[in-house]
Design a protein around this ligand. Structure first.
Ligand SMILES: Cc1cc2nc3c(=O)[nH]c(=O)nc-3n(C[C@H](O)[C@H](O)[C@H](O)COP(=O)(O)OP(=O)(O)OC[C@H]3O[C@@H](n4cnc5c(N)ncnc54)[C@H](O)[C@@H]3O)c2cc1C
Ligand code: SF4
Length: 541
């Protein structure tokens, strides 16, 4: 039987075992410290991955939610102007949301750390501070990539793994983009292009999101295992209910629940919160007490505020030729040309993208490896059989091309995570309420992304081009901003050492510390910041 009682002695207690928590735990355990990780969700057996993949590709077999998210345990509210589908955006389990993620990993640009929020807040660190940690994070995750992105920040070291080959449709895009002066380059991917770190090369199941059965896609269970091999203790199904402080304002205890209905108290010298961008502020708010009436580490009132996600912009159309591919499961080509300067014009060999003078957020463009709607889902949801069905599938599949894109959001105080006391989880705690909305700048930036995407598709000769614009957009499931970093304790929650201003032995490893969102997938930056957090915690131990 799993022992879920507290460790007698712990130097560090890490809450959450996604990439942030797993990397912190591994680094501290490797240095010989006693580390306990408390993880709310279960430990999913590796052997179950093939069956989970089948569940994902054959929705008829039952619930397509392969990581068992939902129900009372994961209850939430969304009362903002736009619905936020929180349970599609996270996984609670050993390995966290990387069990489900796509695995695109790029460094934030230098400009990301220079951006200022509307209320004048800035990042207290710059790219140079994170640069060595980015290199370590790339080695830890095993990133396959090429140094072919002229817009990327400076790097000296090559990627640990060679890049994946561009797909056939990438070559169709590349020709049109060259004519328009739109630059294409490879995507750094946290999946093995060859054997790495004891895991096999990608074998092309194409089901990376929501499950990679082969283990070629990195997920944080890799660093959970490594941390355990170094002596860390990882307790699953142990959701932390609240943190309690001593009379001196230091965290003394993490109170956690176990499946037998018991509540336990884990003491430690240092605590690191790594519960993701929604549960981290929630836990701080749940840790409200007479000494901390507005929640822990919340003297600024910023806990839960400035919630951001990246917004999706997309366009797709059909060619008069085959795109000659199946969905290979991941994206191999993208474009950062409109990132630092989203309004820029281009001039190619045979055309251009016109300039936009509007004030815009950063835009990242993606060239999707997509040939058409899933034949399985069409067959299962349609009414046709036999030859009719075959004709429909043949007509619908094989000639589609699609572009995606991420657009950054402005941090605004009204976009926030609060506690909803009208609904409780399976332990009687108020659930998180995610209040999310789009501002005018974000809407304009999505329209700008659509304009560039349509220009590219039209140049390719695509017909029936349709877009996913500001009215249809959805989140990319990157939760940021809810415990932001800063030098000013009145405006921010953690300092440049990722330690909370208010509580000396409490640090946060999460994209919740991001001050601005950028428009790049956040997890490499989360990993780099987690390694930095671990170094600072180590210095305090
Ligand atoms: C569909 C999808 C695709 C994505 N694709 C990409 C991508 O291509 N590139 C990219 O960079 N990012 C991507 N992401 C985002 C990425 O998964 C997250 O940025 C990353 O997992 C965050 O890491 P984390 O450790 O901060 O949090 P998480 O991975 O969410 O882990 C947090 C952990 O904390 C646990 N926890 C929460 N509350 C408690 C508590 N009270 N007590 C104990 N444990 C608790 C949770 O159970 C969870 O296991 C994607 C996400 C989704 C959903
Ligand atoms: S395509 Fe590669 S990374 Fe994706 S699920 Fe298959 S083996 Fe895993």
């Amino acid at each position: 039987m799993t022992d879920r009682t507290p460790s007698e002695r712990a130097d560090a207690c890490v809450v959450g075992s996604g990439p942030a928590g797993a990397l912190v735990a591994h680094r501290l355990a490797s240095d010989g410290y006693d580390v306990v990780v408390l993880e709310a969700g279960p430990r999913f057996s590796r052997d179950s991955r093939e069956e989970r993949m089948e569940r994902a590709v054959r929705p008829v077999d039952g619930d397509p939610d392969v990581w068992d998210v939902g129900g009372e345990r994961d209850a939430y509210r969304s009362t903002g102007r736009r619905f936020y589908p929180l349970n599609a955006a996270r996984v609670k389990g050993v390995g966290g949301t990387t069990l489900h993620w796509q695995g695109m990993v790029m460094r934030y640009h230098e400009a990301d750390f220079e951006r200022t929020t509307p209320d004048g807040a800035t990042w207290p660190i710059d790219y140079a501070d994170l640069r060595p940690y980015y290199a370590e994070a790339e080695a830890a995750l095993g990133v396959a990539g090429a140094s072919d992105n002229p817009f990327a920040p400076p790097r000296e070291e090559p990627y640990p793994l060679p890049p994946f080959e561009p797909s056939y449709s990438d070559s169709l895009f590349a020709e049109a983009c060259e004519r328009l002066g739109v630059v294409t380059h490879s995507v750094p991917n946290a999946r093995n292009s060859e054997g790495y770190d004891g895991r096999s090369a990608c074998v092309g199941y194409g089901t990376c999101q929501p499950v990679c059965p082969s283990g070629a896609k990195y997920d944080a269970s890799v660093h959970v295992r490594k941390a355990e091999n170094e002596g860390a203790r990882v307790v699953d199904r142990a959701p932390v209910q609240r943190l309690e402080t001593d009379g001196d304002g230091r965290v003394e205890t993490a109170v956690y629940a176990t499946p037998d209905g018991a509540e336990h108290r884990q003491t430690a010298r240092q605590f690191v919160l790594a519960c993701g961008g929604v549960e981290t502020p929630r836990l701080l708010l749940l840790s409200q007490s007479s000494d901390h009436p507005d929640g822990l580490a919340n003297s600024s009132g910023a806990v839960g505020r400035y919630f951001m996600d990246h917004c999706y912009a997309g366009a797709d159309g059909r060619l008069d030729e085959e795109t000659r591919q199946n969905h290979v499961g991941f994206i191999t080509t993208e474009c950062h040309q409109f990132y630092d300067d989203p309004g820029r014009a281009t001039q190619g060999t045979d055309g251009s993208v016109p300039r936009s003078d509007a004030d815009l957020s950063p835009i990242k463009l993606e060239f999707l490896n997509y040939a058409g709607p899933s034949p399985v889902e069409m067959a299962l949801s349609g009414e046709e059989w036999g030859d009719d069905l075959r004709d429909t599938l043949e007509a619908a599949y094989g000639d589609h091309v699609g572009m995606g894109g991420l657009v950054g959001q402005t941090p605004r105080p009204e976009n926030r995570v609060t506690l909803d006391t009208s609904t409780t989880d399976d332990h009687g705690n108020p659930v998180p309420d995610v209040q999310w909305s789009l501002d005018a700048r974000t809407r304009r930036s999505i329209e700008r992304a659509n304009e560039i995407q349509t220009r590219v598709l039209t140049e390719m000769g695509a017909r029936a081009v349709s877009t996913v614009g500001p009215d249809e957009t959805g989140p990319a499931y990157h939760h940021m901003g809810t415990t932001r970093m800063g030098e000013d304790p009145e405006k921010s929650v953690v300092d440049a050492r990722l330690r909370t201003h208010d509580v000396a032995n409490l640090s946060i490893a999460s994209s919740s510390v991001f001050v601005t969102s950028g428009a790049l997938n956040p997890t490499l930056t989360i990993a780099a910041l987690a390694l930095k957090t671990a170094d600072h915690v180590r210095a305090d131990l």
